[in-house]
Write a protein of this length. Structure first.
Length: 431
């Protein structure tokens, strides 16, 4: 076989077939992850809410069980759905309650990014969010804060420290607020000597409208979003090419190809966040595969050379990406899902005794990435991510050892599979 033809076959990893069992499993896993993230982060409360709504209350009276499982069960179902649909979900954890506040007592709200109060007793925490069926009109910021204010007064809390505020977004139409509740004896010092503090009196809580006297609370908290809009990330780890090796190869060629199935993967990405959850940007993924073997190669003119044959292949993705962040309630961790549609490419280089042969091809492909990071500092996170890239190439530009260029066009059924899987560790800088 002519040298350039043999090396081209090797460079293309011996016409790896496009479909494989592993690839099909990973595609299904991709779909599962996408659905699971959306369900777990934004609708996980629905099942539990329905469970408790349908669970009958205990009673000392005897019950006709057959009748209960008929007409009365339907009533519970209807009532439960109404309760879940009408009001936000409220979760509380009060471990140190105080006596209820007097009607004219003031309550101080500390914004999310202002420090927690010093010399104050923590009463507990409260979470107000989306049940999955909460109506938009019942989940405005004013109504959510009124719920927190009311529950805080019941347990003697005169300081509300907001720890997380998620405005309506792609996944929910209501405001979701988490807060810690405190009691402090001398509220005047906190009121006049601290930044990021808003005072709520019973009057403005009970009488505010959408643009009323309490609207300043909405405005102040909404403006106090994270003090960063950009992120730059880098990951490095293990990557593998997906597909089957052609059965047309002999044993030595198959052995060579097996060494070109896995390698080092890395990526670089920059994002601009249009809000605290959604970012748009650019991403570059690369999987480097390489191998070296000592042997003799024969040229078409009868000349042969003996030496170390080096083979390097880069499978890459470059293009736009959309990112969805899912921060934890305490803000110390986040999960993310990212999608991209751009260019995928194949770049190969063979070398022996200082001579080179190149093969290059590009086409359209797409990327899926998911990961989980922990906060290292306020502006730096670290964690793990999993990436999948999908694409195939039909047209290649081939340059032989003498510098002669030719174009290689493959049939659709023989197009080069450049699907990849990678897992790695990385850092994200937020600024």
């Amino acid at each position: 076989m002519p040298l350039h033809r043999k090396l081209l076959i090797l460079q293309r990893e011996m016409s790896m077939k496009k479909s494989s069992y592993l690839e099909s499993v990973l595609i299904c896993f991709h779909e599962f992850l996408t659905a699971s993230f959306s369900l777990c982060f934004h609708r996980s409360s629905v099942i539990m809410d329905l469970h408790y709504a349908l669970k009958p209350a205990k009673t000392e009276e005897k019950t006709d069980h057959n009748n209960f499982h008929g007409k009365n069960q339907n009533r519970f179902l209807f009532a439960g759905l109404l309760m879940v649909g009408c009001s936000p979900k409220v979760g509380v954890n009060f471990t140190n309650p105080y006596p209820m506040l007097e009607p004219d007592d003031e309550v101080v709200v500390i914004e999310r990014y202002a420090p927690a109060p010093e010399n104050a007793d923590k009463i507990g925490s409260i979470k107000v969010g989306d049940t999955g069926f909460t109506l938009e009109k019942n989940g405005t910021f004013e109504k959510v804060m009124n719920i927190i204010d009311s529950r805080s007064r019941e347990v003697g809390g005169n300081v509300i420290k907001i720890t997380d505020h998620r405005a309506p977004d792609f996944f929910s139409t209501v405001h979701r607020v988490n807060a810690d509740l405190y009691h402090i004896d001398n509220i005047m010092d906190l009121k006049y000597n601290s930044s990021g503090v808003i005072v709520r009196t019973p009057w403005n809580v009970m009488n505010q409208s959408d643009r009323g006297s309490g609207y300043g609370v909405v405005q102040a908290v909404a403006e106090n979003e994270p003090d960063w809009n950009w992120s730059i990330s880098a990951d490095v780890g293990y990557g593998r090419r997906l597909g089957k090796i052609s059965t047309d190869l002999d044993a030595s060629e198959r052995a060579l190809v097996k060494h070109l199935m896995s390698g080092v993967s890395y990526n670089l990405q920059t994002l601009y966040y249009i809000n605290s959850k959604i970012g748009l940007g650019l991403r570059y993924n690369n999987l480097r595969l390489s191998n070296e073997e000592y042997g003799t190669l024969s040229f078409e003119n009868g000349h042969s050379e003996t030496g170390t044959l080096g083979m390097k292949i880069d499978l890459w993705y470059a293009g736009p990406v959309m990112s969805f962040r899912f921060p934890s309630d305490d803000g110390n961790s986040m999960a993310f899902i990212e999608y991209g549609l751009g260019l995928t490419g194949y770049s190969g280089k063979n070398s022996i005794n200082g001579k080179y042969e190149k093969t290059i091809g590009t086409d359209v492909g797409y990327l899926f990435n998911a990961g989980y990071h922990l906060s290292v500092t306020e502006h730096l996170t670290a964690g793990v991510s999993v990436s999948l890239t999908f694409g195939s190439v039909r047209d290649f530009k081939y340059t032989d050892f003498n510098g002669n260029e030719t174009t290689v066009n493959l049939e659709v059924e023989n197009s080069e599979n450049i699907n990849t899987f990678s897992i790695g560790l990385g850092l994200r800088w937020l600024f």
